[in-house]
Write a new protein. Structure first.
Length: 250
């Protein structure tokens, strides 16, 4: 009779050490997902840093990808590899350069945070978080680093948007309606004037100038003459051709 296995039966024995999968010579381990169907080689061999420092970091990464770690996929391990690689390259600029995880103090960590923009961006916050996870898994941390890692970092609290009062909102809506209604009346009047002009109805001289300008806008869009722009009370639009400049001799 088949039965469902318990979590304890699925997990490896309590004395299983996932860090034993680390190749200490080549500073690598094989990351995998929980089912073992996706695997990837993670290696720090070609990165800068002392052998001991890289060994401690790769061992911590192997633990995190193990059955009792937090990483459930090879992709997660590879994403953390990219961050640890950046961290090791950045450590090369530190003086003195830490040769072990224990040599990384709170000052180094604070400078790493600043290097990543103080966690003000999503990418910077992710890099800080990834390195923190690996360092904590490595253990043997200095007192100052332990304290620095425990301090919360992240994006600054967003400022609360000052909202309008109900009366201010009513005034804004009223003003917006007035603008829309005036524009609608003006457009309606212009349409009537243009229709009268095209029907060759009798118009006054000012009406004729405005109607002629409206006809240009209707036929040509924004490429209208400068007199038409003036008749409509508008500034000369972009794309409106300039007339030839008159050059006078003194």
């Amino acid at each position: 009779m088949a039965r469902r296995l318990t979590r304890g039966e699925l997990l490896p024995p309590s004395d299983f050490d996932s860090t034993s999968t680390v190749d200490t010579e080549h500073l690598s381990f094989v990351a995998s997902n929980e089912s073992g169907t996706r695997q990837a080689l993670v290696s720090l061999a070609k990165l800068p840093g002392t052998h001991q420092l890289r060994l401690e970091l790769i061992t911590a990464m192997a633990y995190l990808n193990g059955p009792r770690g937090r990483w459930r996929s090879a992709e997660t391990a590879l994403a953390h590899y990219d961050t640890i690689a950046s961290f090791l390259r950045w450590l090369e600029s530190e003086e003195p350069r830490p040769d072990t995880v224990a040599a990384i103090d709170g000052g180094v960590w604070n400078r790493w945070i600043l290097h990543n923009g103080g966690a003000t961006t999503s990418a910077g916050a992710a890099r800080i978080r990834n390195v923190r996870n690996v360092l904590r898994a490595a253990g043997n941390l200095s007192t100052s680093l332990t304290a620095a890692l425990s301090r919360r970092t992240g994006k600054p609290e967003p400022r609360l948007q000052i909202s309008y009062t109900h009366e201010e909102f009513r005034q804004i809506r009223r003003a917006a309606r007035q603008v829309v209604h005036r524009a609608a009346r003006r457009i309606g009047a212009n349409n009537e004037l243009l229709a009268s002009y095209r029907a060759e109805q009798e118009l006054t001289a000012p009406q004729t100038r405005i109607a002629h300008a409206l006809a240009q806008v209707a036929d040509l869009g924004m490429r209208v003459s400068e007199p038409a722009c003036r008749d409509l009370g508008a500034c000369r639009p972009r794309g409106c051709p300039r007339g030839p400049r008159r050059i006078t001799s003194s």
